[in-house]
Ligand binder design. Structure first.
Ligand code: FAD
Length: 262
């Protein structure tokens, strides 16, 4: 089973500041980590490999320092790391990111299963997984909480819904995006850390990937960010306490005072 995991390096905090002039994130001095949802994707891929055999390749698009995210994945049990990095990809929106990742995945040979996180904790769009599946023209299921069955030709998964779950089966190759309910990511072993330290990370850029230069980076991005800002906090909130009946009465009066209901 050839499994590819897409991972993104994200700031290890939700308190990221935005440059008011450029509207871009201020990343200086902010610790970078593997997107938490992608840790579940890595863990699931490694578990599948341990059960069925095969290879786990991790791929990321990002600045040169995103290499650290790939090494983290290798320390958790992934076999190979691929870093897509080129100034020409700067400013990519989710469409251009999906396009570029798709081009990178196409260089990896036969792929049976692609696993992504549900969403990235910084961009938060949850668009890249489905975007890659669409561009590769393969089926996908988002919000997977369990891989129920897997063989050489098909996969059956449980898709988390607001109430309960769906059981969905699809042919391989396919893509899934996973939620945190799927597993408990392992801590890297010492052996894993040693392997990660010396692993060869393959660099992919516009010279060794087949990409249309009109479709990458800012130029290839159909979305334009006009302004980004942190919403102003209007009030600090009010904490109410007491017994159930008293609480209900207090909550009702707070709602009434807001003027939402009479
Ligand atoms: C006009 C525009 C310009 C932008 N310019 C920049 C910029 O200059 N610099 C910048 O950092 N961001 C930029 N962004 C944000 C960037 O587009 C998104 O961060 C990126 O497309 C991923 O989207 P997301 O974070 O919402 O990921 P989601 O779609 O929420 O991620 C879902 C899953 O997809 C996979 N995934 C997502 N991104 C990657 C990746 N890069 N590599 C591998 N796997 C991935 C992961 O498995 C992840 O769990 C820009 C966005 C727009 C709209």
């Amino acid at each position: 089973m050839n499994i590819v995991v897409c991972i993104k390096q994200v700031p290890g905090t939700t308190q990221v500041k935005i440059n008011p002039d450029t509207g871009t994130l201020i990343r200086d001095g902010v610790e970078a980590v593997v997107n938490p949802f992608d840790e579940y994707a890595i863990e699931e891929a490694v578990r599948i490999k341990e059960k069925n055999g095969g290879t786990v390749k991790v791929i990321t698009m990002g600045p040169p320092q995103a290499e650290a995210a790939l090494r983290t994945a290798i320390s958790m049990g992934a076999d190979e790391g691929y870093l897509i990095s080129d100034r020409a990809f700067a400013g990519s929106d989710t469409w251009a990111t999906s396009y570029t990742l798709t081009a990178g995945i196409k260089t990896l040979g036969k792929v049976d299963l692609i696993i992504c996180g549900k969403q990235a904790i910084d961009g938060d769009t949850a668009q890249v997984g489905p975007g890659v599946a669409e561009m590769l023209n393969i089926p996908f299921v988002a919000w997977v909480r369990k891989v129920a069955e897997l063989n050489e030709t098909s996969i059956k998964v449980e898709r988390m819904m607001e109430e309960g779950y769906d059981v969905v089966e699809m042919p391989l190759p396919a893509l899934i995006t996973v939620v945190k309910e799927i597993n408990e990511p392992r801590m890297a072993s010492l052996k894993g850390k040693m392997k990660a330290k010396s692993a060869n990370i393959v660099k992919l850029d516009t010279t060794n990937m087949e990409v249309d230069h009109e479709l990458i980076g800012l130029k290839g991005s159909p979305t334009q960010v006009l302004r980004s800002f942190v919403p102003e906090r209007k009030s600090s909130g009010e904490k109410i306490s007491g017994e159930t009946a008293e609480l209900a009465q207090k909550a009702a009066s707070v709602i009434q005072n807001l003027g939402i209901v009479k």
